[in-house]
Design a protein around this ligand. Structure first.
Ligand SMILES: O=C([O-])C(=O)C[C@H](O)[C@@H](O)C(=O)[O-]
Ligand SMILES: [Mg+2]
Length: 420
């Protein structure tokens, strides 16, 4: 069979509405940015990928795209080699407002690898799960991602979720998200208000949802001492405590003193972090994320690494659109040891705002049915892509900066950890 090579790569930045969700470093801006990647072969097969939309990252994606013409889309190793040869330029552009400092090359590689898997699946008529070893489940469970939040963006009307400032409002938010999407596990984004208030919110969630697994993630905003205090108080309440404090050494000190497993998407975000984390016994669960671990293949390798060291595996999420949700779902479906409900920001976007043709992905009872159509099983909606690109051009945001946006309304805000 003649090799069908990459003819063209298109990268389209898009912006979609995002509510004012609070986190340890500030607050979400009115729009979240993403890059939609289309890899097109000489025979006209198009594969899709999705990544961060920050300006520095876009520039890197565009420079990588120039290197991919003529490459065989089945030869992901060659794509990875070319991406790794690119000189490092610029700083930041990680799409997480600095909360996840992962390897640049892995972030750049990821959407191209996903698009190539989409091409491979479309070419042979099989879903991406089959290329990853086959689905071990036909639906993937996700967790509700709860946030303290402002009622609306300053100067705009209150949004459909309203404010979440205290335990009662967090429980009300949880009820609404659970009613709409059917989630079982609940994750609270912490590091926003004093830890005792967040402990109270977790206790209120436990009372309101007696059977739901609960997690809290302050994104390393707490000192070791505060983390130990919170972890001790929440004994028997949390399924895991996510990134209470910064760094492998700090996490190891907390891990020795609290009863529940510690999880991370901050201190282990690349393969060379695994060994020191295991040696220090700093974490029991790693949250994978194909957007910064270098794609679906490398995320499967992370799963094997977790299996080797007896670590649990969960999945992290930033604000994302449907191409990413499809990729996350295929990956989770083909990863036997991914036993926790995965994170997703999905409920926070406007449900009719996306770049894919609606209908392919739906939440039912907190889970997404694994697409069985060839490739990722989602199609690009070109009109929607054009609309969201226009929104990107007019929204005035070119990089995610939660801290600057928060400071615009609270001058003097300092997110340097530990905040508590
Ligand atoms: O689990 C996490 O650490 C995250 O999801 C980090 C994200 O950046 C989240 O906190 C956000 O978008 O505000
Ligand atoms: Mg986290």
């Amino acid at each position: 069979m003649p090799v069908d090579r990459i003819r063209e790569v298109r990268i389209t930045p898009v912006a979609f509405h995002d509510p004012p969700l609070l986190n340890a470093v500030g607050v979400h801006q009115p729009f979240a940015l993403r890059a939609v990647v289309e890899v097109v072969t000489e025979d006209g097969v198009t594969g899709l990928g999705e990544s961060y939309g920050d300006a520095v990252h876009l520039d890197r994606l565009r420079r990588a795209a120039e290197e991919l013409r003529g490459v065989d889309p089945w030869h992901v190793q060659e794509i990875a080699r070319r991406v790794r040869l690119l000189p490092e330029t610029g700083t930041g552009g990680d799409g997480t407002s600095g909360m996840v400092r992962s390897a640049t090359a892995d972030r750049v590689l990821s959407p191209f690898e996903v698009a190539c898997l989409d091409i491979q699946g479309r070419t042979v008529g099989r879903p991406v799960t089959d290329l990853l070893g086959g689905a071990v489940r036909d639906r993937v469970e996700f967790s509700a991602y709860l946030f303290y939040k402002w009622a609306g963006h300053p100067g705009a009307e209150e949004d459909r979720w309203g404010a979440a400032r205290d335990s009662d409002e967090i429980v009300a938010q949880a009820r609404r998200i659970v009613d709409e999407f059917g989630f079982n596990a609940l994750k609270l984004k912490g590091g926003v208000v004093p830890p005792q208030e967040e402990v109270a919110a977790i206790r209120a969630l436990r009372a309101a949802f007696p059977d739901s697994p609960l997690r809290i993630d302050p994104n390393a905003a707490w000192s070791v001492e505060t983390s130990v205090k919170v972890g001790t108080e929440l004994a028997g309440v949390l399924e895991y405590l996510e990134d209470p404090t910064a760094g492998i050494a700090g996490m190891a000190r907390v891990a020795r003193a609290v009863p529940m497993p510690l999880a991370t998407n901050m201190c282990v975000v690349a393969f060379d972090h695994v060994r020191p984390a295991v040696e220090a016994d700093a974490v029991r669960v790693i949250l994978s994320d194909h957007h910064f671990w270098g794609g679906l293949g490398r995320s499967r390798a992370l799963a094997s690494t977790c299996e080797t060291f007896g670590l649990g595996l969960s999945m992290h999420s930033n604000s994302h659109l449907g191409i990413s949700l499809a990729a996350m779902t295929h990956l989770a479906a083909a990863t036997p040891n991914l036993t926790y409900a995965c994170d997703t920001h999905w409920p926070w976007k406007e449900q009719d705002e996306d770049v894919i043709v609606p209908g392919a992905l739906r939440f039912e009872a907190g889970a997404v049915a694994v697409p069985t159509a060839p490739g990722l099983g989602v199609e690009l909606d070109r009109d929607a892509l054009a609309r969201l690109h226009e929104q990107y051009l007019t929204c005035g945001i070119t990089s995610r900066d939660d801290t600057a946006y928060y400071r615009g309304h609270h001058p003097g805000f300092d997110p340097t950890p530990p905040r508590w």
